[in-house]
Design a binder for this molecule. Structure first.
Ligand SMILES: [Cu+2]
Length: 149
């Protein structure tokens, strides 16, 4: 009888001890991925910040910002947040030949070659340094400038 009682006590001690061992490890296991997550968040933040800087919004009142400075090789995203089509294209209207890369639908490759519908966006990589004016081919009064350094 005494041996049985001792055996039960030993089993309870092992079970309780094991429970606390597992419980003690749990918060540590949860904490490790949490710190890893905050680490990756910190590294992804700068790249998303630079992307936001290279965004030109097109609203019913025109392109914002009207002048955007970028570095050579960077991509600019033109977001159509207006209620009309946005056909971003190099100056001068209607030949679109100012930006010096040929092979576009009319002149330069800096040309969306189509009306981008509201809610959509169009992007272009600027590989040539200079001051490049552009406009909305569907509403040439709306203009903007990209300065590539
Ligand atoms: Cu045009």
């Amino acid at each position: 009888m005494d041996k049985k009682v001792i055996a039960v006590i030993v089993l309870v001690v092992i079970a309780v001890g094991g429970y606390f061992l597992i419980k003690g490890q749990y918060p540590a296991a949860v904490q490790t991925p949490a710190t890893e997550q905050s680490g990756t968040e910190a590294t992804t933040q700068p790249s998303s910040a630079t992307q936001a800087e290279n965004t030109v919004r097109y609203t019913d009142s025109g392109f914002t910002p009207s002048t955007l400075n970028v570095k050579k090789g960077e991509t600019v995203i033109f977001k159509n947040e207006s209620g009309q089509g946005m056909w971003t294209a190099s100056a001068l209207h209607p030949t679109h030949r100012l930006y010096p890369t040929t092979g576009g639908c009319l002149g330069s490759t800096f040309d969306a070659c189509a009306g981008i519908q509201p809610g959509n966006s169009w992007s272009f990589e600027f590989d040539v340094a200079g001051t490049w004016k552009y406009h909305n081919h569907l509403n040439p009064a709306h203009t903007g400038t990209i300065v590539v350094e």
